[in-house]
Design a binder for this molecule. Structure first.
Ligand SMILES: Cc1cc2nc3c(=O)[nH]c(=O)nc-3n(C[C@H](O)[C@H](O)[C@H](O)COP(=O)(O)OP(=O)(O)OC[C@H]3O[C@@H](n4cnc5c(N)ncnc54)[C@H](O)[C@@H]3O)c2cc1C
Length: 390
């Protein structure tokens, strides 16, 4: 039995890193053909993704490492898991089955029956889920989304709309879809939608980064739902759609920062491993990189710990996400230069890392949106003015 949370986290990190190393050899192949991502269930981090991030009451098969049990539901444990998985390969990490964003929403808004069904299905067999919020013209402004829930001819609920950039939309078995029941932000609701229902259609969008995640464009045409699909039915309108969305972002933002740190580390370590006898100047540059990665990881873990203390503490995570996204872009851009002008061509993994890093600008809110969140927190006095704002 380990005594401190540091020892537990170190054990988790060590084991996930060992598992994640097994993913690396598949990174370029799946980048070329994202449809291969569903055939990687023999890899431990992909297979186990369905058994983590499920709250204890609904998970009787959590991870067990040397006798220690991990549900990976706290922000710190999620950050450690996601940093190491992204170090193995960010794209394959995002393309893995499991509760992911949808799971956090179900935890916040789901009824007891919805939670039992959702988490039970994930534990029964590896299942891909999705979280469909973004629309073609309302990415950073979800309060303006245009998809609708309306009364259907049969007395049920009819869902119509279009979504964009939805991770795993093509391979998901079910997931959360946001739409409005009327005008204004408080009429936004979310429903659990089975992707086999008539009227659901998803197509992959060609991307240059995190290609494995196969971001999808979703069309919803008269998808027939019932009240039992709606999330948050027993809650007040202030605590349903948009509140649920911001809860998901608050809980998961440290994990996005952690993924960016994991990607930066992968690029840095690749250079250290493959650049034989670096010049004194290069060695000094690598030392600065290592120092910066450590500093941003420390900031990210502090932000995760703050969220574990209080889920409303999402602003420090916005700072961490800003810093980590910038770190991932700068390290992955600088890494190929250690190998000369042809670095990106001769080292395809480094080329992929530089493309993947671009995703962090948009994942879980763009840089400017994070800055607005941080500025809002400063104005309200809920963020320490000494915090290292990006
Ligand atoms: C890898 C990846 C995975 C994703 N997964 C999902 C998913 O699973 N589900 C989902 O629903 N979405 C997902 N998204 C979409 C993501 O949430 C959106 O890309 C993001 O919200 C930004 O929206 P947008 O792309 O429409 O950009 P826009 O909102 O059009 O923003 C474009 C630019 O304008 C700036 N901008 C926008 N508003 C303001 C403002 N008020 N002030 C100043 N600047 C502003 C932004 O900072 C940005 O630089 C994913 C995106 C990526 C890259």
């Amino acid at each position: 039995m380990l005594t401190t949370s540091e020892e537990r986290l170190a054990l988790l990190r060590h084991q996930v890193r060992e598992w994640a190393a097994e993913v690396r050899p598949f990174a370029l192949e799946v980048d070329r053909d994202p449809s291969l991502a569903t055939g990687l269930l023999h890899l431990p981090t992909v297979a186990l993704a369905s058994r983590v991030q499920i709250p204890p009451p609904y998970n009787d098969r959590p991870l067990s490492i040397k006798g220690e049990v991990f549900h990976v539901t706290g922000a710190l444990e999620r950050a450690v898991w996601c940093e190491e998985v992204a170090w193995g390969d960010l794209g394959i990490g995002l393309a893995s089955p499991g509760a992911s964003m949808c799971g956090v929403l179900v935890e916040a808004l789901g009824s007891e029956a919805q939670k039992r069904r959702f988490y039970g299905d994930l534990l029964e067999r590896p299942t891909w889920t999705m979280f469909a919020l973004t629309e073609p013209h309302t990415g950073s402004d979800p309060a303006s989304l245009g998809s609708t829930f309306s009364r259907s001819d049969t007395g049920g609920i009819r869902l119509d709309g279009t979504k964009r950039f939805v991770s795993n939309a093509v391979r998901a078995r079910f997931g959360a879809v946001f739409a409005r029941t009327g005008p204004g932000p408080y009429h936004i609701r979310a429903a659990l939608v089975d992707t086999s229902l008539p009227g659901y259609h998803a197509e992959p969008i060609p991307t240059i980064g995190v290609r494995a995640a196969q971001l999808g464009a979703v069309t919803l045409e008269s998808v027939e739902l019932s009240e039992e699909h709606m999330l948050g039915s027993g809650l007040s309108s202030l605590r349903r759609g948009l509140w649920g969305w911001s809860r998901v972002l608050d809980v998961l933002r440290p994990t996005v920062a952690a993924m960016a740190v994991g990607l930066a580390r992968a690029a840095y370590e690749y250079v250290c491993e493959h650049r034989a006898e670096p010049s004194r100047e290069d060695a000094a540059r690598l030392a600065r990189m290592a120092h910066e990665i450590d500093a941003v990881r420390h900031l990210t873990l502090s932000a995760a710990a703050a969220v574990d203390r209080n889920q409303e503490n999402g602003h420090l995570a916005s700072v961490a996400k800003l810093r980590a996204a910038r770190l991932a872009v700068s390290v992955t851009r600088a890494a190929p230069a250690f190998f000369g002008a042809g670095g990106r061509i001769e080292h395809p993994l480094l080329d992929k890392y530089a493309r993947d890093a671009l995703a962090f600008e948009f994942m879980e809110g763009s840089q400017n949106v994070q800055r607005l969140a941080v500025a809002g927190a400063l104005t309200r006095g809920t963020l320490d003015p000494g915090a290292p704002v990006g």
